[in-house]
Design a protein around this ligand. Structure first.
Ligand SMILES: Nc1ncnc2c1ncn2[C@@H]1O[C@H](COP(=O)(O)OP(=O)(O)OP(=O)(O)O)[C@@H](O)[C@H]1O
Ligand SMILES: [Mg+2]
Length: 333
């Protein structure tokens, strides 16, 4: 669809950035249980958005609503420039969805699954075969294509799932936990595939339990907890929201160390390591002011490192210690 139909907003550089997905006041309850308590989202076209949240937070519910599989109780929702309530059919034509649980039919082969999707998208026989062959090739499934999908590994099934989603060349795709259960190599392969889609201009709405995944892929991240978006921003912005960041200065000269401790206020001293920690949000402004203090006092540190909390810290702080998958923690960068 022409992008001119999409609602636009202004970026800071003054260029219009079309909105691929927007939600205002999205609400959903299952019976008595309120799952989404009026959430707002705006996802620019061509970007990757990650929705994070503990088990049961409502991520899949949000994906199902925005991809027309279930209806919201309230909210002004637009996807691909179409009003979700007024024209779900047009939304369906613009999107692809890879659900949390596989849509692959295990009884038929990978190739047959692809051709079935091509049929559903009303592609001609020839076009269907062409698209299926191209995607099987791209997802490294040519060798497995003639085998029943039930014999595929988890990673192959996930790749086939995504390949099936792409048959209709959607400009907006929803990926509900695309890499859950994949080994690190398969996960990295999936990330490369997703990055490839984004470089083709596709908008990706992703949910994930892996904070590292959001950090790697997403332009913006929202954290869902207790039915509300409790934080939204880039990975770096989210990390700066919670305390724990600091600038660390290490010295080899005890005199320089003492002078720095005098000059800088509110430092935590480590006399043995000759290092000083200064609480900081890690922003350029704060870093500059520390360097200015040192410069004006004629002190030079031997090493300066900036420590920001990682997304795991953010997740725990914002979701009240909600479930985090058993993943090795990253070292602070
Ligand atoms: N069809 C349904 N009927 C009743 N309750 C439901 C239904 N689907 C989901 N729920 C409830 O809504 C809440 C949100 O579920 P949802 O599947 O959206 O969470 P999620 O964030 O995707 O969780 P996970 O990380 O485990 O996939 C949960 O409490 C769940 O039990
Ligand atoms: Mg889910």
């Amino acid at each position: 669809m022409p992008s001119s139909v999409m609602p636009t907003s202004r970026r800071s550089d003054g260029h219009p950035s079309p909105t691929a997905i927007s939600a205002v006041g999205l609400r959903k309850s299952y019976g008595e249980k309120l799952v989404l308590d009026g959430i707002d989202l705006r996802i620019p076209a061509g970007s990757v958005f990650a929705l994070l949240g503990p088990n049961g937070a409502g991520k899949t519910t949000a994906v199902k609503i925005l991809s027309t599989l279930i209806t919201a109780d309230a909210g002004d929702l637009h996807v691909g420039g179409h009003d979700l309530a007024a024209d779900p059919q047009a939304v369906r034509a613009a999107i692809g969805v890879t659900g949390q649980f596989s849509a692959v039919d295990g009884l038929i082969t990978g190739e047959e699954n692809m051709l079935l999707m091509a049929d559903l998208h009303h592609l001609s026989k020839n076009e269907g075969r062409r698209v299926a062959a191209e995607l099987l090739e791209r997802f490294d499934l040519v060798e497995a294509a003639k085998k029943p999908a039930s014999t595929y590994s988890g990673g192959m099934k996930r790749r086939l799932d995504l390949a099936m989603t792409l048959v209709g060349s959607p400009r907006i795709i929803f990926l509900d936990e695309p890499t859950t259960g994949l080994d690190p190599r398969s996960r990295h392969n999936m990330w490369a595939i997703i990055r490839g889609l984004v470089s083709d201009g596709v908008t990706v709405f992703l949910t994930t339990q892996y904070l590292e995944e959001a950090d790697e892929l997403a332009d913006r991240i929202a954290v869902l907890n207790d039915g509300k978006i409790v934080a939204e921003g880039t990975a770096e912005e989210l990390k700066r929201l919670i305390p724990g960041g600091h600038i660390r200065l290490r010295f080899t000269d005890p005199v320089a160390y003492e002078s720095a401790a005098d000059v800088l206020r509110e430092v935590t001293r480590d006399d043995e390591a000759l290092s000083l920690s200064i609480p900081s949000d890690g922003s350029q402004r704060e870093l500059r002011s520390v360097l200015d203090w040192l410069d004006s006092a004629g002190i030079e540190a031997d090493e300066l490192t900036v420590h920001t909390p990682d997304l795991d810290d953010v997740f725990f702080a914002l979701t009240g210690g909600g479930n985090v998958p058993s993943q090795p923690r990253k070292d602070a960068r």
